[in-house]
Design a protein. Sequence first.
Length: 201
Amino acid sequence: MRRSALHAVLASFCMPAILTTTTLDSPVGTLTLASLTDDTPPRIALVEFGHRAPNAMEDLARMFHATIEESVDPPQCPALALLQQELTAYFAGDLRTFTAPLELAGTPFQTDVWRGLLDIPFGDRLSYGQLASRVGRDAGASRAVGAANGANRLAIVVPCHRVVAADGTLHGYGGGRDRKRWLLDHEHTVLGGLFAHAQRA
C-alpha cells in the first residue's frame, strides 16, 4: 500500500493531525516551515521557499488529513523551535548537520532518495547518477532521482541542492539556480573555499 493511502486509512483511527506553520527570513528569502503533530511526536514536514510552499502545504494537509494552524511566535512546538534555531545557525555558518526530527512523506522510492540526500556531507556534492547508485539504482535512473529531488518538501535540511549534473553544472532546483548556487557557495565558504566546479548554466 502506498504510504499516502496508508496515512488515509490510519487517519480515521488516530488523533487529528495538525500542521503548525511559521516563517523564517533567510539570506535566500523567506522560508515557510511546518511541523506535523498527530499521535506521534512532532516532526518537521515542510521547509520550503515562498513560491512553492502553498502547494506543498496543501499536499501535506491532504495526505495526513491535517488542519493547518499558524504558530505562535516563538514556536511552542519543540520540533519547530529547534528547526528555527538550527536554520539560523546554518546560515550563520555555525551548523553543518540538522537534528530536528523529520517527516519524509513520499513513495518508497522518494524516501530512499531523500535518505540518500541526508547522507551527502555538508559542502560535498554528488551527480544524479552517483545518487542513483547510492540508493541501489543504475545510472539510468538519474531522471527518476531528479524527479524525487524535485518532490522534496524539506529544502536545505534534506539537501537536494548538493546534487549537480555529471559535468558539474547546477542543473535544476525547485528554489531556483541562484539559491542553489548561494547554498553551495555558502557551504564551501564555511569549509574554506568556493564552489568552483559548479559552472553557470
